[in-house]
Design a protein around this ligand. Structure first.
Ligand SMILES: NCc1[nH]cc(CCC(=O)O)c1CC(=O)O
Length: 311
């Protein structure tokens, strides 16, 4: 089979959301594809689209329909053949999806940590400080570390959230280092240590989505796949699936490839962070590590915590 090729007559159409971070990630994808396949500039085009999640900025994501609000317009465009591939933050991709879609490749993962904006460290936040986040995981981790903090809802793209801190609408917030770095804001915020603040599953990873029926795209996209990122993110997503959570569930997950093995860490919380179960498993790729870790995390959990994961 000859590999599919793209040209100015038939360019590769890359679908992306319009937010500055999404565009930066789509441009990284475009650059990687051009370099890997030696394509001229006009053989690849970006197709920016507005996602429902970008239109509705004033309510928590979990309330208005969850992660699908970031991806459904791009999925629709794949089905309608308006685009060939779609670029997503893997963190925004539903864990369980229709099998007509397939994440064919991932870019090398960025810094997976969260960064604190508004203070040099959690200890430096004043008593009772208002921390803006609409993420159940971040809220639980913050309350666990500092029960005096007041969590206030805060949504919007990176620039909007930074502006809320500038304007004093909240004293501090947490943002993914990956997003800040990709927007050229490597100096903004203080990284929180991984052992205290395990990230969200898939944080820092960019995935490239295709229609499963478009087999010719598999070898084409394999050329830009970062295998370790792909394996680690799949492990984290498998843990989420085994836990049966949704976007209301406070859960953290982080995997690293260590030679032939995968080290997978997970944490589950109650909403207020008072109860937490943390665990780690090292397994080889053929093993069912994520399901075992999920069982281990839930084994001693209270009914209240389990109810966070009832799907
Ligand atoms: N849910 C929003 C979202 N989805 C992906 C990122 C950042 C980039 C990444 O984690 O890959 C963000 C913003 C944030 O959490 O600060």
């Amino acid at each position: 089979m000859t590999m599919i090729s793209f040209s100015s007559d038939r360019p590769l159409r890359i679908g992306t959301r319009r937010s500055p971070l999404a565009l930066a990630q789509a441009e990284m994808t475009m650059a990687a594809i051009k370099a890997a396949h030696n394509l001229p500039d006009d053989a690849v085009v970006l197709v920016p689209m507005l996602a429902t999640g970008d239109k509705i900025q004033d309510r928590p994501l979990a309330e208005i329909g969850g992660k699908a609000l970031w991806t459904k317009e791009l999925e629709r465009a794949l089905i309608d053949d308006q685009i060939d591939i779609a670029v997503h933050s893997m963190k925004d991709v539903e864990t369980v999806r229709a099998d007509i879609f397939d994440i064919a490749a991932m870019l090398p993962r960025a810094d997976v940590r969260d960064r604190l904006i508004g203070a040099a460290s959690l200890d430096d936040l004043k008593h009772g400080a208002r921390v803006g986040t609409s993420s159940p995981r971040r809220a639980a981790q913050l309350q666990r570390a500092r029960p005096d903090l007041r969590i206030v809802p805060l949504r919007g793209n990176v620039a909007t959230r930074l502006a809320h801190i500038e304007n004093g609408n909240a004293d501090a917030t947490l943002l993914a280092a990956a997003g800040l770095d990709r927007l050229g804001m490597a100096n903004v915020g203080a990284p929180l240590p991984l052992n205290q603040f395990l990230p969200a599953a898939s944080q820092g990873a960019v995935g490239i989505d295709r229609l499963t029926s478009r087999n010719e795209l598999v070898p084409f996209l394999a050329a830009i796949n970062d295998v370790d990122t792909f394996v680690a993110v799949h492990a984290e997503r498998a843990l989420l699936e085994a836990l049966g959570g949704n976007c209301h569930s406070p859960v953290a997950a982080f995997a690293q490839v260590e030679g032939a093995q995968i080290r997978l860490k997970g944490e589950v919380f109650t909403a207020d962070g008072r109860e937490m179960h943390a665990g780690e498993i090292v397994y080889d790729a053929s093993g069912d590590g994520p399901a075992q870790l999920a069982d281990q995390l839930q084994a001693n959990a209270s009914d209240e915590l389990r109810s966070m994961f009832a799907s």
